[in-house]
Design a protein around this ligand. Structure first.
Ligand code: Z2T
Length: 811
């Protein structure tokens, strides 16, 4: 938008007066934050309204991205950038003696997600708005997002994330557009002239109140919507049935039981606990979302038969898979369509992304629990199952009970959400090449054989605007000065940097910027953790959720081995390194939490051991999330992407690091493979078993971890050190880790890949000594990262799956 600095100043001062009843001399930083937020929302409002008017007027096909998680992070600076007024705002604030970075710190992260899946949804929102896809998010407005992590005595302790304690300046509550979501009760079936009617009765109704947040496209005047629903008691139930009966306290109990639905995000990353409240949340999202879409659709005045021509609904994993029976219910019970017509519309509307092949994450619901909570939806799922099994019997697997049972939507008293999602949608995609291949060849083999046309790959991506333009302003400026600003809209233009990889002046600048970013992070580490780290050391960063398959333990063992070697020989020539960790463990995941304790215990020991002369330092940074990531990633030299092969569906942190010039040390897993293909094998450090070797060992069961640690003295020593004496903890503190590697045969091949990892780390050490060569590799990584922009990903979804708004850009 066009805006002069003086106009902006004027507007801001007016806001301070009107909204905060203060003036520029008296205003606190918080006053400025609120005034600024409110002002930016005003600037956005007009384009938001115009965008919606345009969508209705032109009846453009709309995409709705249904997700239980949206990890948006902070919105202030992102909105300023996308409006194109960040610079003006910064300058104006400076003249008023204020600093935008300081103001930004006051904003709470919108942390309504666990990790990759939730952040992917947020990157997709940015890309949809920026490349002009009419796409909106649909989710839950949790009162508490992912817990705040604090480290106390080396342990993770969880605290509530009170992100709504102060006013959320971005959202608009739209009470008048609330819809009712119905739980429990029973279904009465009545037959009228040969037609069945289903009457849901004795249910409990809960109000789903939408809160809308604008999603601003990059300098294109387009504003999409993120709509999050909050659960509220319906006033008439709450007022009349309890207060009027004189049950004052009971009334509040009721209110709280209703609000519990949108109270808190389940803190599990890729793990399903099968809880009743979670099922309630999932249906709440889906029912509110589809009813709200249906209202918008009605205003278009189009025939219900053409619903899927105007609406696409995408489900982020199976968490919103009840969108399928819910849409069927509305089309049949409320719009009066027959089964076949409703089914045609539903399957053509819905598409599904699978995000993991790990069985712990597969959603399965107990039939009795499901039936009690959602009686009408159960009937529909049951009918979907019946028809699907009959179809299999008739078309392909006549008499093969076993096959049909394997593929059924309901079996062994469980509802399998992945099967429901596959049967009820027209597209199923994986999130990286290997992941999609594994879905086709293994996990969903039967379905691939039956519905091969539904399967496709959409390699994940990240918003280069947030993860490069915003997170790394210095590097962005250098890129602008070198190749122009075209890359901000067309990230593939980053490849223009490749021809500067040998340019000494450019290289020097890239190196300098990395140093500056490292100094900033070092300062932050000093302030937050009181640890002194050397910005000239290699910053080796492992930041992601804690999970056994992500193998933070492998990293720890490499550090223990280095430490042991240094104690033996303090003169050992290793390049100084700072190992930096960040990540949350699910609150019920004991093993993962013990790994955090181990990292912190090791950090304490190593950081305070004078004998190793600061050659290695270890830092565990507290409360890793979007904002901390924005500080850590631009400062990384080495990106740790070391999951057990086949386990990480894609990974997206890997892309953020490479885009900021880190060199990846990686297994051949998930999108690491796609990254390797993009940068070439000389610009990434690969180690470990590949997919084939892993699966072979895994299947024939010949791996014996105890044998391995008896033959490798380094491992023998490390495992002994876990067991007592070495660390100042109880002798059995780490026994769960010890046993997982020995008694339980090292399920994630930590010991198996150890030797190869150590060698890879030695290659890193050697490479970094030639900083000129290293910087060249770094530039190749940045210059090859364009295809990992979520703009490219969204363009593929739009053309390949949603069939909306053909993308005229080239990625
Ligand atoms: C999640 O973050 C991911 C997968 C899940 O499977 C659940 C959650 Cl909460 C149900 C991650 C994958 O682990 C990661 O590899 C991938 O990059 C990310 O989703 C986005 O696709």
């Amino acid at each position: 938008m066009r805006l002069s600095k003086n106009k902006f100043k004027e507007d801001l001062i007016k806001k301070l007066e009107k909204e905060r009843a203060t003036n520029i001399d008296e205003a606190s930083e918080l006053d400025i934050y609120y005034a600024l937020g409110s002002l930016i929302r005003d600037y956005i409002a007009e384009n938001w309204l115009r965008t919606n008017e345009e969508y209705i007027k032109n009846a453009k096909k709309q995409v709705y991205y249904f997700s239980m998680e949206f990890l948006m992070g902070k919105l202030l600076v992102n909105n300023l950038m996308n409006l194109g007024i960040k610079h003006i705002c910064e300058e104006a604030l400076k003249e008023l003696n204020m600093d935008l970075d300081k103001i930004e710190e006051l904003e709470k992260d919108q942390g309504l997600g666990n990790g990759g899946l939730g952040r992917l949804a947020a990157c997709f929102m940015d890309s949809m708005a920026s490349i002009g896809v009419p796409g909106h998010g649909c989710g839950i407005r949790y009162r508490y997002g992912l817990f705040e992590q604090r480290i106390i005595d080396g342990y993770q302790v969880e605290f509530p994330d009170k992100w709504l304690q102060n006013k959320n300046v971005w959202e608009i509550r739209r009470k008048e557009r609330a819809v009712e979501v119905k739980f429990g009760g029973n279904v009465r079936v009545i037959e009228e002239n040969g037609k069945l009617d289903f009457i849901h009765e004795n249910y409990e109704s809960i109000l789903a109140v939408p809160y809308d947040t604008p999603v601003v496209g990059y300098k294109n005047k387009l504003v999409n919507t993120l709509r999050l629903f909050s659960a509220e008691a319906i006033k008439k139930d709450f007022d009349f049935s309890y207060f009027n009966r004189g049950q004052y306290m009971k009334a509040f109990e009721y209110k709280h039981s209703v609000e519990a639905i949108s109270e808190v995000l389940y803190p599990n990353d890729a793990f399903e606990a099968g809880r009743n409240l979670r099922l309630k949340q999932e249906y709440f999202l889906v029912s509110a979302g589809i009813q709200s879409i249906m209202r918008t659709y009605k205003r278009l005045g189009k025939s219900i038969d053409d619903f899927h021509e105007y609406i696409a609904i995408h489900i982020n994993d199976t968490h919103p898979a009840l969108a399928i029976p819910e849409l069927m219910r509305i089309l049949m019970d409320e719009e009066g369509l027959g089964w076949d017509e409703a089914w045609r519309i539903t399957t053509n509307t819905i598409s599904y992304t699978n995000h993991t092949i790990m069985s712990e994450a597969l959603e399965k619901w107990d039939v009795d629990m499901f039936k009690n909570l959602l009686p009408r939806i159960y009937m529909i799922v049951d009918e979907i199952n019946e028809r699907f099994c009959r179809e299999l019997w008739n078309n392909k697997y006549h008499g093969d009970f076993e096959k049909i049972c394997q593929m059924a939507v309901i079996a062994h008293n469980e509802i399998r959400m992945a099967h429901l999602a596959i049967v009820g949608s027209h597209s199923i995609n994986g999130v990286a090449k290997l992941h999609t291949e594994l879905l086709k060849k293994q996990e969903l083999k039967e379905f691939y054989q039956y519905y091969s046309y539904k399967f496709n790959n959409k390699t994940n991506g990240i918003s280069h605007r947030r993860w490069l333009l915003k997170a790394n302003p210095e590097l962005s400026k250098l890129i602008n000065d070198t190749i122009g600003k075209g890359w901000i809209n067309l990230p593939n233009q980053l490849s223009k940097l490749l021809k500067y990889k040998d340019d000494p002046v450019f290289k020097e600048k890239v190196h300098e910027i990395k140093q500056k970013n490292k100094i900033k992070l070092a300062n932050m580490i000093r302030e937050k953790h009181g640890i002194e780290v050397d910005p000239n050391s290699i910053f080796d960063i492992h930041a992601k959720r804690l999970h056994e398959y992500k193998r933070q333990l492998l990293n720890v063992f490499h550090i223990m081995n280095l430490y042991n070697k240094l104690i033996e020989n303090p003169e050992l020539d290793i390049y100084p390194r700072t190992f930096i960790f960040g990540g949350k463990a699910a609150s019920s995941y004991f093993m993962a939490k013990q790994v955090i304790k181990l990292i912190n215990t090791l950090a304490y020991k190593v950081n305070n051991d004078k004998r190793i002369k600061d050659k290695i330092k270890i830092v565990f940074m507290e409360n890793y999330g979007v904002t901390l990531a924005e500080h850590m990633i631009p400062a990384a030299n080495v990106s740790e992407q070391i999951s057990t092969t086949t386990k990480e569906a894609s990974g997206t942190g890997n892309m953020k690091f490479m885009m900021n010039g880190a060199i990846t040390i990686a297994t051949l897993d998930g999108a690491n493979i796609d990254i390797k293909n993009a940068v070439g094998e000389e610009n990434i450090v690969i180690f470990g078993l590949n997919e084939k070797e892993f699966l072979e060992l895994y299947r024939n069961g010949t791996y014996n971890s105890i044998e391995l640690c008896n033959t490798d003295i380094r491992l023998k020593k490390i495992l002994n050190q876990l067991r007592g004496g070495f660390f100042p903890v109880k002798d059995d503190e780490f026994s769960i880790i010890y046993h997982s590697l020995t008694k339980h045969n090292d399920e994630f091949f930590v010991l198996k890949d150890f030797d190869s990892y150590v060698k890879a780390q030695e290659r890193i050490d050697k490479l970094y000594r030639n900083i000129s060569k290293w910087t060249e590799m770094s530039i190749v990584n940045i210059g090859s990262s364009g295809i990992f922009s979520s703009d490219r990903t969204i363009c593929e979804y739009a053309t390949g799956i949603w069939k909306t708004n053909l993308c005229d850009r080239h990625y």
